[in-house]
Design a protein around this ligand. Structure first.
Ligand code: CP
Ligand code: NVA
Length: 310
């Protein structure tokens, strides 16, 4: 049965709370089959093209291994080596790839590019991260939280740091699933205004509370989940010096986490910079679940692949 209503998986916005919950259930089922050693190959004969215009460790490996485990095949397509890198249009690329393969995963810069790709492809398009959103990450994060805390609704997530792609998707995802979400970030690095107002509108219906604060201490109060991401995202390297200065009061360290609940989980999408957004004591400490979380990228994405491509 098809869970997602649309052809693509581009942001958390397009999915309803029911769809997200069902995808997570499917992910758990598929993970269970793998752990039981059961063969499950619904994507036999199918190929996923994976376009990368930015670096990746987790996304590339988890999608490639996921396709293999599902009986299919994945192609790594570097943005530099495709004709896109020499000016072939996204729409022509979308139409050509639709002739050969069964789905596209893309990691790129401007979100408009993925919309153009999806709009011109007859096959499903999956967002492997854009400057606006990282929905596959959030599915894996939710799967991890459910596995450890047994639920999503009613929990509080505190994200400390840059109002970036990961923050946007977490905020919208939390709003949909009834999770309270507080971000603590400098004034100049707040998440996209449109994303915040959308999340707050959704939250009114689900009973969650979405807060944008400039104080890390305020945002982290009573958190069940403390989340961080890098201060300088891919494509922003030139701003690194300014960002290090702007975010210096937003480091997650042993002092700050005292304000969270005793049994808080520390989460990070990775890659991490120890000594910047988080100290080694916290990310390598007893509350950290970052590798469990990274592992769940595989299982969460397999649910998306099966739903969209089988
Ligand atoms: N979290 C994440 O997307 O990692 P990669 O950049 O390694 O894919
Ligand atoms: N915000 C980070 C996430 C990396 C997975 C980036 O966009 O570089």
């Amino acid at each position: 049965a098809k869970i997602l209503n649309g052809k693509d998986f581009l942001t958390m916005k397009e999915s309803t709370p029911t769809e997200i919950a069902e995808l997570l259930k499917l992910a758990q089922e598929i993970k269970g089959k793998l752990q039981a050693g059961e063969e499950y190959t619904p994507l036999k004969g199918k190929t996923l093209g994976m376009i990368f215009e930015k670096s990746s460790t987790r996304t590339r490996v988890s999608f490639e291994v996921g396709m293999m485990q599902l009986g299919g095949h994945a192609l790594f397509l570097s943005g530099n080596d495709l004709q896109i890198g020499r000016g072939e249009t996204i729409s022509d690329t979308a139409k050509v790839l639709s002739e050969y393969i069964d789905g596209i995963m893309i990691r790129t810069f401007e979100h408009e590019k993925i919309l153009e790709l999806a709009g011109n492809a007859s096959i499903p398009v999956i967002n492997g991260l854009t400057d606006l959103a990282h929905p596959c990450q959030v599915l894996a994060d939710f799967l991890t939280i459910i596995e450890i805390k047994g639920k999503l609704k009613g929990l509080k997530m505190s994200y400390i740091g840059d109002g970036n792609n990961v923050a946007n998707s977490l905020m919208v995802g939390c709003a949909k699933m009834g999770v309270d979400f507080s971000i603590g970030c400098p004034e100049a690095y707040k998440p996209d205004e449109k994303v915040v107002s959308y999340a707050q509108k959704v939250a009114e219906k689900t009973g969650s509370n979405i807060v944008v604060a400039t104080s890390a201490q305020e945002a982290i109060q009573n958190a069940d989940i403390v989340y961080s991401d890098v201060w300088t995202s891919m494509g922003q390297e030139i701003e690194n010096g300014i960002r290090l200065e702007a975010f210096k009061d937003y480091q997650i360290n042993n002092e700050l986490v005292k304000l969270a609940k005793d049994d808080y989980l520390f989460m990070h999408c990775l890659p991490a910079h120890r000594g910047e957004e988080v100290t080694g004591e916290v990310i390598d400490g007893p509350n950290s679940v970052v590798f469990h979380q990274a592992g769940n990228r595989l299982h969460a994405q397999k649910a998306v692949l099966v739903d969209l491509m089988s």
